[in-house]
Design a protein around this ligand. Structure first.
Ligand SMILES: CC(=O)CC(=O)SCCNC(=O)CCNC(=O)[C@H](O)C(C)(C)COP(=O)(O)OP(=O)(O)OC[C@H]1O[C@@H](n2cnc3c(N)ncnc32)[C@H](O)[C@@H]1OP(=O)(O)O
Ligand SMILES: NC(=O)C1=CN([C@@H]2O[C@H](COP(=O)(O)OP(=O)(O)OC[C@H]3O[C@@H](n4cnc5c(N)ncnc54)[C@H](OP(=O)(O)O)[C@@H]3O)[C@@H](O)[C@H]2O)C=CC1
Length: 292
């Protein structure tokens, strides 16, 4: 695989828009795809908003912002990704959704292109096996928010070849990110450690050990976390948090990974955190207010 110059991003949510943002700033041409024109529009608005925030903070220049926007094009069908060198999938953390995307993508994508998933937890080996190119399939796992977080986890499936790994590593380096290599086991490294901590914080709330504000204050002031665990869960998305705990619970068959019933209840209510304006906090007013 020659150098990656044209990137496809499937999913224009938090992570897809963040990856498109940093790749465009690094000078790559980016094609951003989602299932609806509305999502593409809101994804572009997010990118523009975060670029503008970085100009305001003098992290980038106004020229860099306008140049980056010129590198991003939108595609409401996978056909628009046909000549990409690398496509990163960032759809919701549901294996059936990802498998369907890969099935449809393989039909249009040039044979030598690499396919990656930004999955938080799902087996790269299993996802690769549902494509026509397991050797050219890899996990490229960015952290949220992508423009600010330095780390990217690289996860090889059992069939990922060295050329693909090296091309992914070079691509991530060009985006100014640092790599941690994880073996392909449930939730890799970051989420194997972080999500059980978040789940435990939700159990602490569920069992009445503390209220929302006390739990978040305890970890921000007592452990110098930049966000409290419940605030962070809302930031990640409670649906994504639940999916990761389910992957850990099923994949490692250990009851210590069972998702807290309160997390299940919030997701069932559609209270997914920031992205739906309500989770452990209600974001609809001037400042976040605990919902419990
Ligand atoms: C789930 C997975 O699969 C893997 C994961 O990602 S696990 C989660 C990993 N991420 C974390 O742990 C994040 C922990 N939080 C932090 O590090 C910090 O709170 C932060 C870096 C996110 C923001 O730090 P901060 O000092 O508040 O930065 P600041 O620049 O003032 O940002 C303030 C706000 O802008 C957001 N922000 C700033 N720049 C941003 C950007 N370019 N893109 C997106 N969001 C941005 C911050 O999240 C915060 O949001 P609100 O405005 O809605 O409050
Ligand atoms: N949130 C986080 O902190 C992190 C998440 N991740 C992983 O990244 C992925 C995306 O997460 P995140 O960005 O938070 O999720 P979001 O819910 O913010 O975005 C998911 C996006 O995927 C779109 N989508 C759903 N189905 C399809 C499809 N069939 N084709 C194309 N787009 C589709 C959704 O559109 P619509 O809303 O219209 O369905 C939405 O725009 C997940 O695998 C997650 O585990 C990785 C690191 C951090």
């Amino acid at each position: 695989m020659a150098k990656i110059n044209k990137l496809g991003v499937i999913g224009a949510g938090q992570m897809g828009s963040g990856i498109a943002h940093v790749a465009a700033l690094a000078g790559l041409d980016v094609v951003l795809n989602d299932v609806t024109a509305d999502r593409l529009k809101s994804g572009m608005a997010t990118i523009n908003g975060n670029l503008t925030r970085q100009v305001a903070k003098k992290v980038i220049s106004e020229d860099a912002r306008s140049e980056a926007l010129k590198h991003i094009s939108l595609a409401d069908s996978l056909d628009g990704l046909a000549d990409c060198d690398l496509v990163i999938e960032t759809a919701i953390e549901k294996e059936d959704v990802k498998r369907k995307i890969f099935h449809d993508l393989c039909a249009v994508l040039k044979p030598e292109a690499i396919i990656a998933s930004n999955t938080s937890s799902i087996s790269i080996t299993r996802l690769a096996a549902c494509t026509d190119r397991p050797e050219r399939f890899i996990g490229i796992h960015f952290m949220n928010p992508v423009p600010l977080m330095e780390l990217v986890e690289l996860i090889r499936g059992i069939a990922t070849d060295d050329t693909t790994f090296e091309a992914a590593k070079e691509f991530v380096g060009r985006l100014g990110k640092l790599v941690a290599v994880s073996e392909d086991f449930p939730a890799f490294i970051v989420n194997r450690i972080l999500l059980p901590m978040i789940n435990e914080a939700i159990y602490t709330l569920y069992e009445g050990v503390g209220n929302v504000e006390a739990i978040d204050a305890a970890m921000k002031l007592g452990a110098h976390h930049p966000m409290g665990p419940l605030e962070l869960a809302d930031f990640i998305g409670l649906d994504t948090c639940l999916s990761i705990m389910q992957v850990l619970h099923e994949g490692l068959a250990d009851s210590k990974y069972r998702p807290c019933p309160l997390l299940v209840k919030y997701v069932e209510a559609g209270w997914l955190g920031r992205k739906t304006q309500r989770g452990f906090y209600d974001y609809r007013g001037p400042k976040p207010v605990p919902t419990r």
